[in-house]
Design a protein. Structure first.
Ligand SMILES: [Zn+2]
Length: 247
């Protein structure tokens, strides 16, 4: 599903566009010409569906050289092992998420809590894979394009958003920080941190993105900043933006 000149949706579960496994996050392919990058990797339950999504978008999986994870939660990072193998791609994430995913630390990734809560299917297993750490502000080349890593903790430790400048427009891959409508994702897990979350929301609002591409739900191809401004306006009243968790 092509969104912009260089961005396609290649995976999305039932909290999005129901293209692939029901529990997958929305995963985006960034086409840099010769090379492509995948933003997030889905659950890893039916990775062949994501490979099919890549082919349907018009790309051979071998063109995907990098898989950039927004964070370590299963619905975003569980597919990294299978997809990196199938594509021959290197996986990247911000610390400490990079460490959690490479060790398959299910406690740090809150996997058992998530399965018990019905967020993932019973019996779900997480396949670890080697992950290279990236730093805040790091520029990641993807063919003729460049993605910039934006540290954005709060939803979970080591959460990272990615910014792409395309045709003078700023596209923000927001992971689980914010959804359309200004909704956030606060969870009762050890590394969800309200202070950091607030700081992240203010920081992302300052980026004033034209397009907002979240890990779940709808996408905003224009006026992406509206959703961040909405969340910021609620924080300014000392309240918390509406929570998408448990809806
Ligand atoms: Zn998450």
């Amino acid at each position: 599903m092509q969104l912009t000149r260089s961005v396609h949706i290649v995976a999305s579960g039932d909290a999005g566009f129901s293209l692939t496994n029901a529990f997958d996050c929305t995963a985006y392919l960034v086409d840099g010409g010769g090379e492509c990058a995948l933003i997030d990797a889905g659950m890893g339950v039916e990775p062949e569906q994501i490979l099919r999504g890549i082919r349907t978008a018009g790309f051979s999986p071998e063109r995907v050289t990098r898989i950039l994870l927004t964070h370590g939660h299963g619905d975003h990072a569980g597919g990294a092992a299978a997809l990196s193998q199938a594509c021959g791609a290197q996986v990247y994430a911000m610390e400490p998420a990079a460490d959690f995913v490479s060790r398959g630390d299910i406690a740090a990734l809150s996997l058992e809590k998530a399965i018990a809560a019905g967020v993932y299917e019973p019996g779900y297993t997480f396949r670890p894979c080697p992950v290279l750490p990236i730093a805040d502000g790091q520029r990641i080349p993807v063919g003729c394009l460049t993605l910039t890593a934006v540290s954005s903790p709060g939803h979970s430790a080591g959460h990272c958003c990615y910014c792409l400048e395309e045709d003078g427009r700023r596209i923000l891959f927001a992971g689980d920080v914010i959804q359309c409508g200004g909704r956030i994702a606060l969870q009762a897990i050890w590394d969800c941190d309200l202070q950091q979350y607030m700081h992240t929301l203010y920081r992302l609002a300052e980026l004033h993105p034209d397009a907002l591409l979240p890990g779940h739900g709808c996408v905003a191809l224009q006026r992406g900043w509206l959703h961040l401004d909405k969340a910021r306006a609620v924080l300014d009243t000392l309240a918390l933006p509406k929570n998408s968790i448990g809806e």
